[in-house]
Design a protein around this ligand. Structure first.
Ligand SMILES: Cc1cc2nc3c(=O)[nH]c(=O)nc-3n(C[C@H](O)[C@H](O)[C@H](O)COP(=O)(O)OP(=O)(O)OC[C@H]3O[C@@H](n4cnc5c(N)ncnc54)[C@H](O)[C@@H]3O)c2cc1C
Length: 404
C-alpha cells in the first residue's frame, strides 16, 4: 500500500511528488503516467523553451494580488497559495536545482539554455534523487474508494494507496474519475486563442504588431496591449489575453462576435478629427497618402486609406469634413467580425475543470472526498499567456505535496 498515488506525470504531478518527498523523505509515493513520456507538455512548451513562470512583477517584492489578476479563473482561490509559493519560490527552487534562469523584456522567465529539456531534466533528476517511484504507460481507467483506501486501476493492474492525487491536466479521463468521486466539472473549453476574421482586409499585412485597445462589442471584455496581424485575423498577447478572459462568452457565442479595435487609443475620436482638420488646413495641397499623420506602420496607414477606395487619393483641400470624420471613426473604433478561432502554437490551455469551491486551497484536498487531492490544470484555473499556467501547476502542486 502506498501513502500517496499521483495520477498524471505532468508538471503538477511530478512537482507534487517532489514537494511531498522534500517535506517527508520516508513517504511512499507512486506516480502513474499514461504515456511513455513524462512532462511532455513542459518539453513542447514555450516553443521548446518552456516559459516556467513570469517575473514582470518583481518576483522578490510581489503582491500576490497583482499576480492573481492574471488568472481569469482562479484569481480569488490562488491568492492564499501564492503567499506560500509564487514566482520567487519557483525561481529559487529551479536555481537550487542548478537551473539558470533568465527574464525576457516582457517578463517571461525561461531557462538560460533556451531549452525546455533543462527544466524536464532538473525535475526528473530531483525525483530520482528522492527515490520517487514513477511508472509510465499506465493508463488509469477506474478509481474506487473502499474503506480508507483508493484502488487505482489500469486495464490489467490495480494499485492501492491511502491518499490519491489527480493531476491529469485537461484529460477527459481525469475529469471522469473526479466526477465518479463526486466532483462537479466545469465544461472544459479552450482559452488563449487567436481570432479568425471574416473577409479580412488586412491579411496582406501579416506580421505587423502594434499597441492597440480592443473591445468585444456588447460585452464587458476589453484589453490593451500588443496585437499581431496574421493571415487569418488577429493574434498576439492582447488578443490571447482577451480570449482568455472572454473564453466562456466567446464559446457561448460559437466564436462569433464584433471586435472593436482602437488603433490610436491615446487620442479620442475628436482629437483625431481635429488633427486631420489641422492637416487639411496646413497642407491642403498634399494627400493623406503622403502624410502619415499618426506614425502608423506605412502599409497599415495605406490599407486604412485604400479601404475607402478613391476617397483619400484627393488633395486634402478637396476632402470634405465628413470623409475625415469617417476616417477618425475607423482609426478609433474599427470593427471586425470574429468568425472562429485559431490555436496558439506556443501556449495552449483549457478553461474549465474541477469546480473550485469543492477544493480546500490550504491543502488542495477535495471537500467532497476525504484524502483526495488535485493540482494543476485539472482545476478550473487558467492564466493568461506568459508562464502563469506553469506557475499554477508549481503552486498548487507544492501545496498538495506539503499538506500530504
Ligand atoms: C504547446 C503548449 C505550450 C505551452 N507553453 C506554456 C508555457 O510556455 N508556459 C506556461 O505557463 N504554460 C504553457 N502551457 C500550458 C502548460 O503546459 C499546462 O498548463 C501545464 O502543463 C499543466 O500541467 P498539469 O501537470 O496540470 O497537466 P499536463 O501537463 O497536461 O499533465 C497531465 C499528465 O497526466 C497524464 N494523464 C492524463 N490522463 C491520464 C490517465 N488516465 N492516467 C495516467 N496519466 C494520465 C498525461 O499524459 C500528462 O502527462 C503550454 C501548453 C501547450 C499545449
Amino acid at each position: 500500500m502506498y501513502d500517496l498515488i499521483i495520477i498524471g506525470g505532468g508538471p503538477a504531478g511530478i512537482f507534487a511528488a517532489i514537494s511531498a518527498k522534500e517535506k517527508k523523505t520516508d513517504i511512499k509515493i507512486l506516480v502513474l503516467e499514461k504515456s511513455q513520456k513524462l512532462l511532455h507538455k513542459v518539453l513542447i512548451s514555450g516553443g521548446g523553451r518552456c516559459n516556467v513562470t513570469n517575473g514582470l512583477l518583481n518576483p522578490m517584492d510581489l503582491d500576490p494580488k497583482d499576480l492573481a489578476r492574471n488568472y481569469p479563473r482562479g484569481q480569488k482561490e490562488l491568492l492564499g497559495p501564492f503567499h506560500q509559493f509564487g514566482p520567487k519560490e519557483t525561481i529559487g527552487w529551479f536555481e537550487k536545482n542548478s537551473v539558470k534562469l533568465k527574464k525576457e523584456e516582457d517578463g517571461r522567465i525561461f531557462p538560460q539554455s533556451n531549452s525546455s529539456a533543462t527544466i524536464v531534466d532538473s525535475l526528473l533528476l530531483r525525483a530520482k534523487l528522492l527515490n520517487i517511484e514513477i511508472l509510465k504507460n499506465q493508463d488509469i481507467e477506474k478509481v474506487y474508494k473502499e474503506n480508507e483506501s483508493f484502488k487505482v486501476s489500469t486495464k490489467d493492474k490495480t494499485f492501492i494507496a491511502k491518499k490519491l492525487a489527480i493531476t491529469t491536466g485537461s484529460s477527459t479521463k481525469g475529469f471522469e474519475i473526479a466526477k465518479d468521486l463526486g466532483h462537479t466539472i466545469k465544461k472544459p473549453i479552450p482559452s488563449l486563442f487567436g481570432f479568425n476574421i471574416s473577409k479580412f482586409t488586412l491579411k496582406d499585412l501579416s506580421g505587423i504588431a502594434l499597441l492597440v485597445e480592443l473591445k468585444i462589442e456588447g460585452s464587458k471584455f476589453s484589453q490593451k496591449g500588443d496585437m499581431l496581424i496574421t493571415h487569418f485575423g488577429f493574434s498576439g498577447p492582447a488578443i490571447l489575453t482577451l480570449s482568455s478572459f472572454a473564453a466562456r462568452y466567446l464559446f457561448d457565442k460559437s466564436y462569433k462576435a464584433e471586435l472593436i479595435v482602437n488603433w490610436l487609443f491615446d487620442l479620442s475620436e475628436d482629437e483625431i478629427f481635429k488633427k486631420l482638420i489641422d492637416l487639411k488646413n496646413t497642407k491642403s495641397q498634399k494627400t493623406l497618402y503622403s502624410e502619415n499623420l499618426f506614425h502608423l506602420p506605412k502599409n497599415l496607414w495605406f490599407a486604412f486609406l485604400d479601404f475607402f477606395d478613391e476617397t483619400f487619393t484627393k488633395q486634402l483641400k478637396d476632402l470634405p469634413k465628413k470623409d475625415l470624420l469617417i476616417l477618425s471613426k475607423k482609426l478609433s473604433s474599427d470593427s471586425y467580425t470574429i468568425n472562429g478561432k485559431t490555436t496558439n502554437k506556443k501556449e495552449f490551455v483549457t478553461c474549465g475543470g474541477i469546480t473550485l469551491k469543492e477544493v480546500n486551497f490550504k491543502t488542495m484536498e477535495s471537500k467532497i472526498c476525504e484524502n483526495l487531492f488535485f493540482a494543476g490544470e485539472i482545476l478550473d484555473i487558467d492564466g493568461v499567456t506568459g508562464g502563469f499556467n506553469f506557475q499554477n501547476a508549481w503552486t498548487t502542486a507544492y501545496i498538495l505535496g506539503q499538506s500530504i
